[in-house]
Design a binder for this molecule. Structure first.
Ligand SMILES: Cc1cc2nc3c(=O)[nH]c(=O)nc-3n(C[C@H](O)[C@H](O)[C@H](O)COP(=O)(O)O)c2cc1C
Length: 156
């Protein structure tokens, strides 16, 4: 599936050539490319591997127009064939969320019982004490921005 989607730019060139795009062709983004962008983007690091980013894909022209109104009426927001709304999930300190992360880790063979218990006690404490950030929104937003940076130009 991904063999024909291998990037042709190295990291140095990709960074040098990156620009904030403000004009877009109307071409549909192939599903395989979108899937590959997400596959790479969600490899972004996160505290306790909580992966708090969520993405809403907006394709409908009418919905893109509504988003444009929320984005200072910037032309490119209505013009791009596809928009991602990038969100932080504020449920990360809840028991159900932590258990879902533990389960994913177990399924990947990357979670032992001791670390699962560490997560169960440390994560709620982190968001109660907030040693280095103002709010759960700030923490999830920082992480979402990291993931967005990983989405950027994953495929040339
Ligand atoms: C957090 C953030 C928000 C931005 N918001 C907008 C925006 O609303 N509209 C826009 O045209 N560019 C936006 N930009 C792009 C910057 O204007 C752009 O990165 C900067 O001018 C440097 O240009 P370059 O990215 O092409 O090197 C944003 C960039 C960042 C990092």
């Amino acid at each position: 599936m991904t063999s024909d989607l291998q990037p042709t730019l190295n990291v140095q060139t990709a960074i040098e050539q990156r620009r904030a795009a403000r004009s877009f062709r109307p071409d549909t983004i192939p599903e395989a490319i979108l899937t590959e962008i997400f596959r790479l983007g969600v490899r972004s690091p996160s505290g306790y591997n909580l992966q708090p980013w969520r993405f809403v894909v907006v394709r409908e022209a009418a919905n893109r127009e509504k988003l444009k109104a929320c984005a200072f009426n910037q032309r490119q927001v209505g013009e791009a064939p596809l928009i991602l709304i990038c969100c932080g999930d504020r449920r990360i300190n809840q028991k159900e969320y932590i258990e879902s992360v533990i389960q994913l880790g177990q399924e990947a063979g990357a979670m032992n019982d001791a670390y699962a218990d560490t997560l169960r006690s440390a994560v709620p404490q982190l968001f109660e004490n907030k040693p280095c950030f103002d709010s759960i929104e700030a923490w999830t937003n920082h992480h979402t921005m990291l993931a967005v940076a990983h989405l950027n130009r994953s495929i040339p």
